[in-house]
Design a protein around this ligand. Structure first.
Ligand code: FAD
Ligand code: AMP
Length: 483
């Protein structure tokens, strides 16, 4: 029997892969997507959506919302005159709600595949060779293997959590993101290794629900990727106002498990400077970065180039060293963000179809969904200084905004950098309530090459948090109206 053939074969059904597949199909290309059972449902059926929908962006945001409401009920309602006799949280209900959202969304992607006529090939995909102008990929599923051929293959195999030597993850006591999103009770003491985006978000969930959380971070700087002013404000809020314990410059040593009464206890030995410390906790989250999924991909069978970190090597258009093989998302260089992968998926599908798909890597927003939220686009102050660019800066606190006051949350600010000579917006940094939504305006501005004066001359609805963006733009020119 002849092998199945497609115009486009996508390996991996996460945000990078499923979007590439849908866009390719929209453009009239016959398209299939291979997805293995990393996130199979109870019946063993493959779930689409990858890390993002199953054990990443979506479930973490669901739990962050539940824990935020609990925290507000415990701490913020009182200022509105709302009192509660008793406050409790049913973790089972909270986790089931999260699971239902995941089920709904992953099923939704299946529906989108049907609607767009994308063929789902359940199984593990592996390059095996080339026949004429077609790449050959073996798909090994529950019922055995088959060879599928396509002129264009998009590798979108994503990433998995990095673990540390000597710290085995069982996702019950010692967890990566998978276990940390499904704890069955609030741990009394929670340890987190790694103060990156994932560690801070997951640490926040359980902190708000009552856990005593200690985060151990290897680097001496907190949130080194963020703007220094934002990182400083975040540090102050997390450690002083919220009581999150964060130990920087920590070198992790031995991690052991033992019994304390009937409970398992984890002991983390670590060093800081010359001093040795011990952290005892009931649950430990390891969130020290992610590794590209290229093992078992058969890259060697088609001489597909990988970089020193095992990622597929690509150019600015996500083309690999092999004609017709593309790679997008977490498996390639750049930010490990779902929306970055999706944009790359669209770009690649359009280029396969002969169009001029493009990703503007300068205008990809970053968001950390802690409270306050942190979001930015473009350059940080340190990056501007390092590049020798002359800039003007405008910074306005949410405390000067009527809507923020009405909402009872005035933490943080908007900080905008613009080129001194051209006034072009170079970077916008937000720490505060709804930063994740507010940053969209800055992304649009940067995509359109806007000047800070353009934002300053746009009418912003009153009273809204977006007025702080408006005022920050005015402040670049030293003429804020409300500060
Ligand atoms: P993935 O989502 O990892 O998908 C890859 C898919 O490929 C998987 O389904 C896997 O099973 C499949 N696969 C791998 N190898 C093969 C193979 N050989 N054959 C067949 N199938 C294969 N990003 C954001 O932008 N915003 C957030 O708020 C956010 N929150 C996050 C929270 C957490 C806790 C985590 C862990 C991540 C978060 N991320 C967030 C990152 C985001 O999830 C990733 O950037 C995104 O999922 C990457 O998409 P991808 O398609 O490249 O890979
Ligand atoms: P991210 O890159 O956002 O996923 O964050 C991972 C975080 O873990 C970064 O802040 C790293 O500096 C930190 N990290 C990496 N390795 C270790 C380690 N061995 N101990 C503590 N923190 C680590």
């Amino acid at each position: 029997m002849a092998n199945k053939q497609f115009d486009v074969l996508v390996i991996g059904g996460g945000p990078g892969g499923y979007v590439a597949a849908i866009r390719a199909a929209q453009l009239g290309l016959s398209t299939a997507c291979i997805e293995r059972d990393s996130y199979a449902d109870l019946k063993g059926e493959v779930r689409l959506g990858g890390t993002c929908l199953n054990v990443g962006c979506i479930p973490s945001k669901a739990l962050l919302q539940s824990s935020e409401l609990y925290d507000q009920a415990g701490h913020s309602f009182v200022m509105h005159g709302i009192g509660l006799d008793s406050l409790k949280i049913d973790i089972g209900t909270m986790i089931r709600r999260k699971d239902n959202i995941v089920t709904q969304l992953t099923a939704g992607i299946r529906g989108l595949f049907k609607k767009n006529k994308v063929t789902l090939l359940p199984g593990h995909g592996r390059f095996v060779g080339r026949d004429d102008d077609r790449w050959q990929v073996e798909v090994v599923g529950k019922d055995g293997g088959e060879i599928v051929e396509a002129k264009n293959v998009v590798v979108a195999t994503g990433s998995r959590p990095r673990h540390l030597d000597g710290i085995p993850v069982d996702n019950k006591i010692v967890c990566d993101n998978v276990g940390a999103l499904s704890l069955d009770a609030v741990p009394k003491r929670l340890g987190v290794i790694g103060a990156g985006v994932i560690g801070l978000e997951l640490g926040s969930v359980w902190k708000r629900l009552g856990a005593d959380v200690t985060v151990l971070e290897a680097l001496p700087d907190f949130l080194a990727a963020a703007d220094a002013a934002v990182a400083k404000e975040a540090w102050k809020t997390f450690t002083q106002k919220q009581g999150l314990k964060i130990q920087l410059d920590a070198r992790i040593g031995k991690v052991t498990q033992g019994k304390k009464g009937r409970h398992t206890q984890v002991t983390v030995e670590y060093e800081c400077g010359d001093a040795s410390h011990v952290l005892e906790c009931d649950r430990l989250i390891v969130s020290v970065g992610r590794i590209a999924n290229t093992d078992g991909l058969g890259a060697e069978n088609v001489d597909l180039a990988l970089d020193e970190r095992g990622r597929v090597t690509v150019d600015a258009h996500c083309q690999t060293n092999q004609p017709g093989i593309w790679a997008v998302g977490d498996v390639v260089r750049g930010a490990m963000l779902a929306h970055k992968g999706m944009e790359e998926g669209v770009m690649v599908a359009e280029r396969i179809a002969g169009q001029a798909g493009h990703v503007n890597y300068e205008a990809i927003p970053w968001v950390i969904y802690t409270h306050p939220e942190i979001a930015w686009v473009g350059k940080t102050e340190a990056q501007l200084r390092a590049a020798g660019i002359d800039f003007r800066v405008g910074q306005i606190p949410f405390a000067a905004n009527g809507r923020a006051l009405g909402q009872g949350d005035t933490t943080g600010f908007v900080r905008m950098y613009a080129d001194t000579a051209t006034d072009r917006v170079l970077g916008v940094h937000v720490i505060g309530n709804n930063a994740s939504e507010l940053i969209a305006e800055a992304v649009v501005a940067m995509e359109f090459g806007a000047a800070s004066e353009d934002i300053a001359r746009i009418c912003h609805a009153h009273p809204t948090l977006s007025e702080v963006m408006h005022e920050a733009a005015l402040a670049v020119d030293k003429r804020p109206l409300h500060f």
